[in-house]
Design a protein around this ligand. Structure first.
Ligand SMILES: C[S@@+](CC[C@H](N)C(=O)[O-])C[C@H]1O[C@@H](n2cnc3c(N)ncnc32)[C@H](O)[C@@H]1O
Length: 190
């Protein structure tokens, strides 16, 4: 998937409202935060302004170039141009991904989730959106979609600080209208 159209469309968008919810509920007020699939860095920027040390991961050149151009002035920025399914996660206080975890795909998602869970300190926050099994991308192996039973298993070991489930029709960044089925999660590791 080419993300350039997405980046151009959403460049300079405000930080994720879900990340703001995560930061108001989190146990740790700063530390190491991962922005998983950071894109051009609106959430990374927000975390840096809140004095987090941010490990911003994305495998796209354009994301990394933009991040370095716009955010190098901040202390605490670490840019990782990597496939997040292959990343060795270090210990962290916060892991966030705005609409990105699902792009680990059918093959990569379980290991990504396991590594994120293991990386988080007790009391740490895991937040982001996951795609539900009624999403139009349910038949694509490149996107992981999740039913209620699987979701229940994934969030075992966490306290739910925020949860929402939505169904809506909206265009993708490429302009095609699709059905979205989205879980928004803020979880605290027990
Ligand atoms: C929907 S975009 C979200 C970008 C950003 N979080 C935002 O809110 O604008 C998903 C991002 O995940 C990245 N991504 C998808 N699969 C990836 C992978 N396996 N490893 C690293 N990055 C990946 C894409 O390059 C893209 O920047």
């Amino acid at each position: 998937m080419s993300w350039e159209i997405y980046y151009k469309k959403f460049y300079n968008k405000p930080p994720s409202p879900l990340l703001k919810i995560a930061l108001t509920n989190n146990f740790y007020k700063n530390g190491v935060a991962y922005d998983v699939g950071c894109g051009t860095g609106s959430d990374t920027r927000f975390l840096l302004t809140k004095k987090w040390n941010v490990l911003a991961i994305d495998r796209e050149d354009m994301a990394m170039v933009t991040l370095k151009k716009d955010l190098s002035k901040f202390k605490g920025l670490n840019c990782l141009k990597e496939d997040f399914t292959k990343l060795v996660f270090q210990s962290s206080e916060l892991i966030h991904g705005t609409y990105s975890f699902g792009f680990a795909g059918e093959e990569g998602f379980d290991l990504l989730w396991q590594k994120m869970v293991e990386s988080l300190k007790t009391g740490g926050t895991l937040s982001g959106e996951l795609f539900g099994d009624q999403d139009d991308w349910k038949n694509s192996t490149r996107v992981k979609t999740i039913g209620h039973l699987e979701l229940t298993k994934l969030i075992k070991g966490f306290d739910i600080m925020y949860f929402d489930e939505e169904h809506f029709h909206r265009p993708t960044a490429l302009g095609d209208v699709k059905k979205w089925h989205v879980y928004s999660l803020v979880l605290k590791k027990r």
